[in-house]
Design a protein around this ligand. Structure first.
Ligand SMILES: O=C(CO)[C@H](O)[C@H](O)COP(=O)(O)O
Length: 244
């Protein structure tokens, strides 16, 4: 049986093989699944199978990986439209709505993926869920200033349905809270993981409510953004096209 890493590699490679062509501007996601997509872009540029591709990374980690592979990098300031962005996710609901940010890169992921003509999500079967919320804590990036107040405002939102705010500690790159220091994002902000005990019934409304809280930089609800989901399971790979 294929290991979880093998499944991640299969979807990462397939996304690049199916959706990246020479001359494109490509968004490079963050995380252990997106890692393999970045690896594949590097391989294909090196072999000459892909040419004139430039990429926009969604985190410092991905930037460093891409640089090490010799992938030419640009920014949204010079290239405001991307042809395609490829990234992992923490939860995917049946409509292709996502929870992202388990790896702490949600702000850069969202700004890059919103600017992309096509957004391809790559996951293994464990990320698929019936409803967002209880499947994976909802990450939110907030300013450090008065962060405890901001956390209380988030908990008080009626649409949050009683979810508790947990300040991420340790590495910003995982939500295991495995350290004594407050985790700091690539943007110098804090990360809060909302522990939802019930399904999010209206993700669009919750997203609207969260972004209105002063102190919030961005949240990990990615609604209506996905074009294709590539899912790896023990029975093989499935591609779901999400109607818009
Ligand atoms: O949103 C993310 C980072 O902010 C990641 O895409 C998400 O956490 C999935 O990561 P992985 O592929 O390692 O499970």
């Amino acid at each position: 049986m294929a290991s979880q890493d093998e499944l991640k590699k299969q979807v990462g490679y397939k996304a690049v093989d199916d959706y990246v062509r020479s001359g494109m501007v490509v968004g490079l996601g963050t995380g252990s699944t997106a890692f393999f997509a970045v690896e594949r872009v590097g391989q294909k540029l090196k072999s000459g199978e892909l040419q004139d591709v430039v990429a926009i990374p969604t985190s410092v980690r991905t930037k460093e990986q891409a640089e090490a592979l010799g992938i030419p990098l640009v920014t949204l300031d010079t290239h405001s439209r991307l042809d395609v962005a490829i990234d992992g996710a923490d939860s995917v609901d049946p409509d292709g709505n996502l929870v992202k940010g388990g790896g702490g890169a949600l702000f850069r992921e969202k700004i890059v993926e919103k600017a992309s003509d096509k957004f391809v999500v790559i996951v293994d079967q464990s990320k698929m869920c019936d409803a967002l919320g209880p499947h994976f804590m909802l990450p939110i990036e907030i300013l450090p200033f008065c962060h405890e107040h901001t956390m209380r405002c988030l908990e008080a939102l009626p649409s949050m349905n009683g979810a508790k705010a947990v300040l991420r500690m340790g590495s910003s790159a995982n939500n295991k809270c495995d350290g004594d220091e407050i985790a700091v994002s690539d943007n110098g902000c804090y990360l809060v993981d909302m522990k939802c005990t019930s399904p999010i019934t209206d993700a669009v409304r919750l997203a609207d409510d969260i972004i209105k809280v002063v102190g919030v930089v961005e949240h990990g609800l990615f609604c209506g953004m996905t074009d294709h989901v590539i899912i790896a399971g023990t029975d093989g790979i499935e591609v779901k096209d999400v109607p818009k």
